[in-house]
Every structure is written in C-alpha cells, then in structure tokens.
Design a protein around this ligand. Structure first.
Ligand code: SF4
Length: 120
C-alpha cells in the first residue's frame, strides 16, 4: 500500500517517498545516533567540564582529613600555619583548582589535607 508521506527532499506532501511511519523510524534512529555521538564525546571534554567539587564527607577526603577551610585544620598534628591547597604541590590552578590526589577534581584554594606538600 502506498501511503501519503512527507518528502524530505522537497518538503512537500507527496506520494510515497517517505511514509510517516518510515519518517518517524528514521527520526528515532537519527536521534539515537545523535545521543550516541554526544555520549561518546564526553571523555574528550576538557577536564574542567567534568570536574566536581571534592566534598569533605567523601571517603578519600575523610581519610586525608581534607577541609575546605584550612583554619579548621588547626590542632591537626600535620598542619602548620600557612599550609593551604593553594601552595601545595598537588594543587592544579591550571585545571580549575583541581588536586592531583583527587583525580584533579576541584578543591578549595584555602583548603587543606594531611597530604599537603610544599610547592617547589
Ligand atoms: S593534596 Fe594538597 S591540594 Fe590536594 S587537598 Fe591536600 S592540601 Fe589540598
């Protein structure tokens, strides 16, 4: 049976070039391919686009005693005045304030953790 459909070439109603059901199928396939292409590009996005903030509550942060404000680290055996993420060798200001120990996820510049090492 010939259906009246939509012609993708000239954009007018025309006898069978694409039936409406074929067109819908084609559009779904196209949407799927676009979505698949978008998902496949995610690993290629710059690190800054994927970054999330390091939370004090996550397991690694807890194990390193990470705090978003170094003042809260006063009293910690390894903390010394002046130590902040911003002057630690693991800090990555060029990568949206990421920390190498946290897979370059963003930390507070004024934060601190017990793995602090002076920037060379
Ligand atoms: S390793 Fe350095 S930059 Fe990373 S959280 Fe600890 S003090 Fe901050």
């Amino acid at each position: 049976m010939i259906e009246t459909g939509f012609c993708c070439v000239i954009g007018k109603k025309k006898r069978h070039i694409f039936s409406n059901s074929e067109r819908r199928k084609w559009m779904k396939r196209r949407q799927f391919l676009r979505a698949a292409a978008a998902v496949s590009l995610i690993p290629l996005l710059p690190a800054s686009a994927q970054q999330t903030d390091v939370s004090e509550d996550e397991p690694l942060a807890k194990s390193l005693n990470y705090v978003k404000d170094a003042k809260k680290a006063k009293g910690h055996a390894k903390y010394a005045e002046g130590q902040i993420c911003g002057n630690c060798m693991f800090f990555r200001p060029d990568q949206n304030n990421g920390c190498a120990l946290f897979s370059n996820r963003r930390v507070e510049k004024e934060g601190w953790c017990m793995s602090w090492v002076a920037m060379q």
